[in-house]
Design a protein around this ligand. Sequence first.
Ligand SMILES: O=C(O)CCC(=O)C(=O)O
Ligand SMILES: [Fe+2]
Length: 224
Amino acid sequence: MLFLRTPVKVRVLLRPEWPVHADACAAERYRAIADDIHRQGWSDQPHFLSAALTRALEAECRALAHAGALSAAEVGRGAARACRPDVRGDRICWIKARQSAACDAWLAQVRALRLALNRELCAGLGDYEGHFAWFAPGTAYVRHRDRFRNDDSRVMTVIAYLNDRWQPEHGGALRLHRDDQGVHDIAPAAGRVVVFLSADIEHEVLLTTRNRLSIAGWFTRQRV
Ligand SMILES: O=C(O)CCC(=O)C(=O)O
Ligand SMILES: [Fe+2]
């Protein structure tokens, strides 16, 4: 086998720090997400990220905050763009490819998820845009949909949570509003990933009493 002939030193250097979940288990998880999306428009995966990658992404988010790289999130598009802390209270930093090994590992998982959703659902997902988000105590994000009124490019929302030992009294749940079925609250606990249809699922972030760290992102429509 070619791999076994590779010198050990090179093998260690080439080994990704956080293996891309290309294993059977990951394939199963992607299928489960596709089934959920097809059935109900959203999917909750409490154990999507490994503990090591979650910790690395959390550390990076904290380092960015420490370095002053997070800025107040805006709402709206174009001329209507504005900071509205009464609407959303998070501070954000957009993720770029090659900014860190941890972000690249996250982007690799996002890519694998996109390929699986396109395969399973013919979802037509193209690019991904995502940012770290930091909700400080006393902040929230009011009920909304992720698709802009004048721009329908966002198709699917993907949120990854980075908060160790999250307790119900910390608040900060992601609340999904499900038409006639009432609400469904999801704790922003470390390792969890939630995926939902950006145009369909109204949601909000309930007031948090603790720093609440996450990566919020969107798959946009594939351009033809
Ligand atoms: O962090 C969350 O749970 C949701 C954030 C959100 O709704 C958004 O960024 O649009
Ligand atoms: Fe949202």
